[in-house]
Design a protein around this ligand. Structure first.
Ligand code: FAD
Length: 467
């Protein structure tokens, strides 16, 4: 029978998708095993992703703010960076959170099974750890095995001056000249960190625009800000190959405005991530994995096998922690017999660069492509007292409304704390807010959040019609 296995639920992978699912399922009364190959739970996000990167970005931002104050009569002098201590700070943040998770697992009696898990049957995983194997039988399973870095060819990966995001977060040193291959969110975040710590950073991006998922106007203030700080950009440029020399890594570039070659002390490759579906022996359970390694799921996060779910990076884009944890709750609740389905309208994206770039719902480009009759309300932060008071007025808030209904269908914010501001706009879309709902809501003064209200007011016609 299906109901006599050791665990009600096995969760494979302890990232934000997996631990959220495991905890929710345990809270709902299921006996849960959480399988993780590493000795620290929390997945990419806590160990080598969201959390350590944000700790370092915070430090970079403070360094820059302090330097910037020099223009206003307050000087601190050159930062004196103790890299070991800084690394220690970052590690301590990670340890607090992963340790906290382990405690939460204990409290819920979620059993953590350490080792590499692979399916050996429809209701069975074999977990291998340091040469010994253990079989975990389950009634239901949630696959939350996440993703890994994509390695590009023609780069000397065996040279320890070549790094992926994990290597960059290890903070071995502050290279004099750093090449970042890939101008997406992760590459740009790490570019901000290393630039603030003192590296001369060059970013090479194959597409014509940084962060190709966002509207070009939204990314521009970030690019200009970084350029002013000395970051060099080569867009529409391909890195043909990187050669390891004794004193430098030489990158050969192919792009209109790029030099044919340039020397660097370290190279960071951030060209994307691929799902881990190919490493699970999923066929033993009859679970279909596509040729890229993704696992297809339905609205309840079920795979083609009804008793096996999949969540997080492994089910597709966007590969974001908050998407994974949302899906984790849905899968756990369905597994526990609740009537539940994933029905989020939007998933916000945030680059925690300096300035931050955040967007939610449709971009203007998508609205155009879909032939939607839309209007834009934009509020430049040059008119925000709060932004001016921080001397950071390069940002703006942009709302995209559907003409006729005047409902919010998308939003973008660039500037300090954009990632926090975007939450209100995600809620506004989920709630079906129109321009008047947002524009007539009293926002506290003086805050950056006022820019949301002002952008709604700027959307032509609507609000004034209502007055
Ligand atoms: P993962 O976090 O990848 O966790 C999967 C876990 O499963 C891992 O611990 C892995 O060891 C384990 N595992 C895999 N296969 C097996 C197996 N066969 N047996 C046992 N264990 C296995 N997202 C954001 O939303 N905000 C951010 O600010 C952000 N910053 C990022 C910064 C960086 C540098 C990186 C790399 C990523 C960042 N992300 C961010 C993305 C985010 O980390 C991922 O979307 C998120 O971690 C995915 O969660 P997950 O639970 O699906 O998988």
């Amino acid at each position: 029978t299906d109901h006599d296995h050791e665990y009600d639920l096995a969760v494979l992978g302890s990232g934000p998708a997996g631990y959220t699912a495991a905890f929710r399922a345990a809270d709902l009364g299921l006996k849960v095993a959480l399988i993780e190959r590493y000795d620290s739970i929390g997945g990419v996000c806590l160990n080598v992703g969201c959390i350590p990167s944000k700790a370092l970005l915070h430090v970079g931002q403070v360094i820059d703010s302090a330097a910037h104050l020099g223009e206003h009569g307050v000087s601190f002098g050159e930062p004196d960076i103790d890299i070991d201590k800084l690394r220690g700070f970052k590690d301590s943040v990670v340890e607090k959170l992963t340790g906290g998770l382990a405690g939460m697992a204990r409290k819920r009696k979620v059993e953590i099974v350490q080792g590499m898990g692979q399916f050996s049957g429809e209701h069975e995983l074999v977990v291998e750890h340091e040469g010994s194997e253990r079989t975990v039988g389950f009634n239901q399973c949630i696959i939350a095995a996440g993703s890994r870095v994509i390695e590009i060819p023609n780069v000397p990966w065996d040279d320890d001056r070549v790094m992926d995001s994990t290597g960059a977060l290890e903070l071995a040193d502050v290279p004099e000249r750093l090449l970042v291959i890939g101008g997406g969110i992760i590459g740009l975040e790490m570019a901000c960190v290393y630039r603030a710590l003192g590296s001369k950073v060059t970013v090479v991006e194959m597409m014509k625009q940084l962060m190709p998922g966002a509207d070009a106007d939204l990314v521009k203030p970030l690019q200009q800000h970084l350029k002013k700080q000395g970051v060099e950009f080569h867009l529409d440029t391909k890195v043909e190959k990187v050669e390891a020399g004794d004193s430098a890594l030489t990158a050969h570039l192919d792009g209109k405005d790029a030099p044919d070659s340039a020397d660097f002390d370290r190279v960071l490759v951030c060209v994307g991530r691929r799902p881990n579906g190919d490493q699970l022996n999923a066929e033993a359970a009859g679970v279909e994995v596509d040729d890229k390694g993704f696992i297809a799921v339905d609205g309840q996060m079920r795979t083609n096998r009804g008793h096996i779910f999949a969540i997080g990076d492994i089910v597709g884009q966007p590969m974001l922690a908050h998407k994974g944890s949302y899906e984790g709750k849905v899968a756990a609740e369905v597994a526990a017999g609740h009537k539940r389905a994933a029905d989020a309208r939007v998933i916000p994206s945030v680059a925690y660069t300096d300035p931050e770039v955040a967007w939610v719902g449709l971009t203007e480009g998508q609205a155009k492509d879909q032939g939607i009759d839309y209007g834009v309300g934009k509020f430049p932060w040059a008119a925000s007292g709060r932004a001016l008071g921080m001397d950071r007025s390069e940002g703006f808030t942009k709302l995209i409304f559907e003409k006729g209904s005047d409902r919010l269908i998308g939003a973008g914010v660039v500037g300090m704390h954009a990632g926090d501001l975007i939450a209100e706009l995600a809620l506004a879309i989920e709630m079906g807010c129109d321009a008047a709902d947002i524009g007539l809501t009293i926002h506290p003064h003086p805050t950056l959040s006022e820019s949301v209200m002002m952008a709604a007011e700027a959307y032509e016609g609507t609000i004034t019609d209502l007055y």
